[in-house]
Design a protein around this ligand. Structure first.
Ligand SMILES: [Zn+2]
Length: 148
């Protein structure tokens, strides 16, 4: 099993409805990999579809020089601005909570939070999003305890 240090959030910088297979194909065509690999482990479509594009134990190519210990997740969209849908946010939150359980020591952050990254990827504050997810999760746990 790889040691996971980072869980990295991305947007694909494409139209919201773009087919995830076309994004993978475009990426692989752009790069000269000996073994073609997708840029992300997971992609989340506009209606909350979650595609596992690569097993977690494989390396994908989301951030230059930071892939060995990273899991990459992308919401499809973000061509011009942050256009994430509530379906995408919900599935992203679920996926992050699941991965956080499996890799509690991994830091959750955005592509643009790495040093020397000039891209605005993702198009939102990934750490703030994760803080919100944790907060909502805590409130839900609290409510459950109250009704039990
Ligand atoms: Zn990115």
């Amino acid at each position: 099993m790889r040691q996971i240090k980072y869980i990295v959030l991305h947007t694909t910088a494409s139209k919201l409805g773009t087919d995830h297979r076309n994004i993978i194909k475009y990426f692989i065509d752009q790069h000269n990999f000996r073994t073609p690999r997708p840029p992300y482990h997971f992609m989340i479509g506009q209606y909350g579809q979650v595609w596992e594009c690569s097993p977690i134990d494989n390396i994908t190519y989301g951030v230059a020089n930071k892939n060995r210990n990273s899991i990459h997740i992308a919401t499809i969209g973000g061509l011009i601005s942050d256009d994430r849908t509530s379906f995408q946010n919900r599935e992203l939150a679920r996926l992050l909570l699941r991965l956080n359980k499996k890799f509690p020591d991994a830091q959750i952050l955005g592509h643009r939070d790495f040093p020397n990254v000039r891209k605005s990827c993702p198009r939102y504050d990934a750490k703030a999003f994760w803080d919100q997810v944790l907060l909502i999760n805590d409130i839900q746990k609290f409510k459950k305890n109250e009704t039990n």
